[in-house]
Design a protein around this ligand. Structure first.
Ligand SMILES: Cc1cc2nc3c(=O)[nH]c(=O)nc-3n(C[C@H](O)[C@H](O)[C@H](O)COP(=O)(O)O)c2cc1C
Length: 164
């Protein structure tokens, strides 16, 4: 049976600020989480020589088991973390060597959380998230920026978006 939601943690710190936000959200949503630091996922390769790394098995599990995928990233140089960008690049594998898997993303929920303690972002930050969800035929559930661990009401709002 498919579970509801998985959060993909994409920070260079497994126990840093973004991880703390994810922990708080997990208490509200009661969902699973994967930390990309636990996986060996290499840069996109046009020759697909890296097809046996951890990306495809992880993606298969996410697609089979979950209805919503929430990406959680710190703000690094005004944009998503490098770890998350590499992960997004690898989604191109699902448009080439694993098309059937890629098609199964259609209709799933896609959300995003950015984290930067005491820092703000521009609306443009969300552009690659919105466009990626659209390209993949996923439902954009929304996004939140967290700049303080006191932002629990914001997380509650986000939970409501995911549930509807
Ligand atoms: C490589 C790097 C780049 C960063 N770039 C920005 C930035 O562009 N704007 C900003 O406000 N904070 C920036 N920060 C600060 C982080 O966004 C902030 O400390 C965040 O809470 C760290 O989350 P983490 O513990 O999950 O890495 C940067 C930090 C690092 C390590």
């Amino acid at each position: 049976m498919q579970k509801e939601t998985i959060i993909i943690l994409a920070s260079s710190r497994s126990h840093g600020d973004t991880a703390k936000v994810v922990q708080q959200l997990q208490q509200i949503i009661h969902c699973d989480m994967v930390d990309l630091n636990d996986y060996d996922i290499s840069y996109y390769d046009y020759e697909h020589a890296n097809k046996d790394d951890d990306f495809l098995p992880l993606m298969k599990r996410i697609i089979n088991d979950y209805q919503n995928v929430i990406f959680a990233t710190p703000v690094y140089w005004y944009t998503m973390s490098g770890i998350l960008k590499v992960f997004f690049d690898r989604i191109s594998d699902l448009l080439t060597i694993e098309k059937d898997l890629g098609r199964q993303l259609r209709g799933k929920g896609f959300g995003a959380i950015s984290c930067c303690m005491n820092g703000s972002i521009d609306q443009e930050f969300w552009h690659p998230f919105v466009k990626t969800a659209g390209y993949l035929g996923m439902r954009y559930l929304g996004n939140i920026h967290v700049d303080s661990l006191e932002n629990l009401p914001l997380l509650e709002d986000f939970r409501n978006k995911i549930i509807t």
